[in-house]
Design a protein around this ligand. Sequence first.
Ligand code: CTP
Ligand code: MG
Length: 235
Amino acid sequence: SAVAAVIPAAGRGVRLGPGAPKALRALGGTPMLIHAVRAMAASRAVSLVVVVAPPDGAAEVRSLLDAHALPERTDFLVVPGGASRQESVRLGLAALPPGHDIVLVHDAARPLVPVDTVDAVIEAVRDGAPAVVPALPLADTVKQVEPAPAPGDPEPVVATPDRSRLRAVQTPQGFDRATLVRAHETVTGDVTDDASMVEQLGQPVVAVPGHEEAFKVTRPLDLVLAEAVLARRRL
Ligand code: CTP
Ligand code: MG
């Protein structure tokens, strides 16, 4: 069945610091969003990419797509996004034409995900999982804390979950389309990824191996790493 990718790219990028919306910032001279679009279109299974642009930036994103070389076999749509990632993904899903039964949701802020990771996610959905996440083991030990009495005060540690059972989750996350649409229609409240909405429906979610290069560009140091990864690829 046909695969569509929805790319939420409507965020400001507050943690990256002042400047253009994060997805439009340059990486190796090319907007981060274009890298992310190419990463999805690199999979031969993906026949449609829906880019969810900053709310006032849909025309700019459309001209960026027109100005960069992209695979001919892939169609591209641009829609304006919303105030939260969740809302942006919902707007992207609403723009999907019929005929794509598998949907990937991929952060524009993960420009360097390798195509093998994209294909592994698609394959797991094709094998019957309604929701699939690429995931990696954690390097750091994770502590659960109580909120500090005042900002900057020490935070009491209350628990240390078993690290061997924890995973850091990336994108693209892959879904049976009907399941993802139902999750976005049903689940309210704040979430930080799409798979957690499917979990709330009581549907199974499985993890497949993620990739170090699928890291999210969030803070200034991530941009330094992304430039280095790109330079290494171009050797
Ligand atoms: N996103 C979106 N619409 C929003 C907020 C986020 O489409 N209203 C997208 C971002 O563009 C990004 C992805 O969701 O590709 C992951 O979000 P994140 O890394 O948090 O990006 P920002 O929200 O832009 O960054 P920050 O939280 O630092 O402001
Ligand atoms: Mg954010």
